[in-house]
Design a protein around this ligand. Structure first.
Ligand code: HEM
Ligand code: HEM
Length: 177
């Protein structure tokens, strides 16, 4: 928890420094835009990584998946142990990747547009904040049990990811036109 708190505090501090000290006049619009454009694909990759973990977890935990592979003459027990190990590290690093994804996309939006006034993109920011807040609740060991239950319920919804995809797609489509 301590290492994660340090990471989270560093991201918050970075955000505060950028927000309060890098005004558009100082940095110049072109540099801002370039940074913002660079962060877009990075944010997308981080989100893909976050959901790839979910897909991987759902897949390897399913017995029918392993049963289907039985006819092939390979030592699946070893692969199972390996995938368990990989999942362990993916689970441990998920909160870091989650925070990074959210921060990078907020920075992307800030640098490229200073929080562009387009409803679908604002909804994307709200959905990301929603994921982040419940993620933090799940990560807080001392959070009350009822909050944790709500956290599991709200944070693990794949529909949130679908909505992020739809609204981000719609927002960027509108931006291009
Ligand atoms: C899921 C979240 C998001 C992802 C994955 C994403 C990704 C991207 C990518 C890959 C680009 C193209 C960058 C380039 O031109 O090289 C882009 C452009 C842009 N994004 Fe995002 N973005 C996200 C959310 C947002 C949000 C929340 C905002 C602002 C509220 C925003 C504002 C913009 C703007 C203004 C552009 C420039 C469009 C243009 O070419 O004129 N994006 N984004
Ligand atoms: C865009 C950001 C994020 C997305 C899309 C996301 C998505 C998900 C999904 C779909 C799950 C359920 C899959 C599973 O059970 O492993 C999950 C679990 C989890 N997330 Fe996130 N997450 C994000 C950010 C965060 C953040 C910032 C934190 C912590 C600060 C966090 C902490 C957790 C924890 C602790 C679990 C495991 C719950 C369990 O033990 O079952 N997540 N996340």
């Amino acid at each position: 928890m301590n290492r994660f708190l340090l990471f989270f505090a560093a991201v918050l501090l970075l955000g505060a420094v950028i927000f309060f000290f890098f005004f558009p006049q100082e940095l110049g619009d072109d540099v801002d835009r370039a940074v913002g454009e660079g962060l877009g694909p990075i944010g997308l990759s981080l989100l893909v990584f976050v959901y790839a973990r979910t897909a991987f977890k759902l897949l390897v935990r399913r017995d029918s998946f392993w049963k289907r592979l039985e006819p092939f003459n390979i030592d699946y027990e070893r692969i199972k142990t390996l995938s368990g190990k990989i999942l362990f590290y993916l689970n441990k690093s998920h909160p870091y990747f989650g925070i990074a994804a959210i921060a990078v996309i907020y920075f992307h939006c800030y640098f490229i547009s200073r929080f562009y006034n387009l409803l679908p993109l604002r909804i994307v920011l709200a959905l990301l904040a929603w994921q982040g807040v419940w993620g933090l609740v799940l990560k807080t060991r001392t959070a009350p049990a009822f909050l944790k239950r709500k956290g599991h319920l709200f944070h693990s919804q794949l529909i949130t990811g679908l909505l992020i995809l739809i609204f981000a797609g719609l927002g960027h489509f509108l931006l291009m036109n």
